[in-house]
Design a protein around this ligand. Structure first.
Ligand code: SAH
Length: 353
């Protein structure tokens, strides 16, 4: 039995069955045994691969979209360029390389990485060693200034709670013990005011998810954008208004049982973009498929320019990466982009209505 399994069993013995959010938080962020706290899970040798690790084009185009937002808002001579959950720092490095071509942009940027994992912070420090960057664990620490923010596959890593509809009430899906093994169960049904709005679009047995830790983060980012200017690009898999059980465990690029090997597999849930948008005082764009967003930013032109420099296997890989990021049957539709911007401005490039 792993150390974390023993810790979880002790918690259940002391307090009763755990909400899924507590289970996820322990599995992902326990300081000694948590998934993110202890390792670099990204890339071919890790458990999953993200868009910036698939191709440099992803970070380059995001950087250029943010630089255009900066120009459109009068090119302020000081702003915060921030990334939430930067993984290996690859997206930020690619964005910074591409935006060297935009006069004044990098000189005006104060780079901030918001990261809770000590292991990944170390990787980011190495990736970004040629830049002056600052690290923090929370968006509230950012200076009061215009902010251009990126969050790719960040919100899917935040712990969720799940509730199953039972008549006018809801039973929470909890994790308890069955024959001394971790097992899902249901709490007795109760009325939950926060879910009143879901009584209209659900039936008995339906599962809904809520991500409570996303709301204060969105409120903080949105308030800063509305007050000081800037914008945000939030990219993740999910949809507008979620329904059903979307909890997923991944280990070695394969699906796993979320209750097996706690702390050793990645746990994620689809992002409910409507819930994110409802928690921000600034304006938000239409939810746009990643493929459409990248095409509008010119990924095909960039892909052709890069292809002209490649032959053989690297060329094959590059063509496959372009397809993977944009194609309908790959990440192009599953992943969506939500832009945030001040009510007085227009949506970020690539997210026009
Ligand atoms: N954006 C990166 C990594 C995605 S994985 C990419 O696209 O490759 C999720 C990232 O979010 C990891 O860096 C993880 O350590 C970080 N993270 C998760 N929860 C966090 C939190 N509450 N605050 C800050 N970072 C967090």
């Amino acid at each position: 039995m792993s150390d974390l399994t023993a810790i979880l069993k002790d918690l259940i013995a002391a307090h009763g069955p755990l909400p899924l959010s507590t289970y996820m938080a322990e599995c992902l962020f326990h300081p000694a045994h948590g998934y993110y706290a202890t390792r670099d899970p990204l890339g071919a040798s890790g458990d999953f691969i993200t868009a910036p690790e698939i191709s440099q084009m992803f970070g380059e185009l995001i950087g250029l979209s943010l630089a255009q937002t900066w120009l459109d808002q009068g090119a302020p001579d000081y702003f915060v360029l921030a990334e939430l959950g930067p993984g290996r720092g690859t997206l930020m490095a690619d964005a910074l390389r591409a935006t060297r071509a935009v006069p004044g942009f990098i000189d005006a940027a104060e780079i901030w990485l918001i990261e809770t994992s000590p292991a990944l912070t170390e990787v980011q420090r190495t990736t970004l060693r040629d830049h002056t960057a600052r690290w923090t664990t929370t968006v509230t620490d950012l200076p009061n200034a215009p902010v251009l923010m990126i969050a790719n596959e960040f919100f899917d890593a935040l712990p969720i709670r799940q509730f199953q509809r039972t008549g006018p009430g809801w039973s929470e899906r909890v994790i308890g013990l069955e024959n001394d093994r971790l097992a899902f169960g249901l709490s007795p049904p109760s009325q939950i005011p926060a879910l009143d709005s879901r009584l209209g679009d659900t039936r008995d047995g339906d599962v809904v998810e809520i991500c409570q830790s996303a709301a204060p983060i969105m409120a903080e980012i949105g308030t800063r954008i509305e007050t000081h200017g800037g914008g945000a690009l939030i990219i993740d898999y999910g949809d507008w208004h979620s329904l059903g059980d979307t909890l997923q465990a991944l280990r070695g690029h394969a699906k796993a049982n979320p209750l097996d090997t706690p702390g050793a597999c990645d746990l994620t849930a689809h992002v409910d973009f409507e819930a994110l948008a409802n928690n921000t005082p600034c304006a938000h764009s239409r939810l746009t498929p990643q493929g459409v967003f990248l095409e509008r930013l010119g990924i095909t032109t960039r892909a052709q320019a890069l292809a002209a420099t490649l032959t053989g296997t690297p060329l094959d890989r590059h063509v496959a990466a372009h397809r993977r990021l944009t194609h309908r049957q790959e990440m192009g539709t599953l992943f969506k982009v939500l832009g945030l911007y001040p009510n007085r401005s227009s949506p970020p490039p690539g997210l026009e209505p």
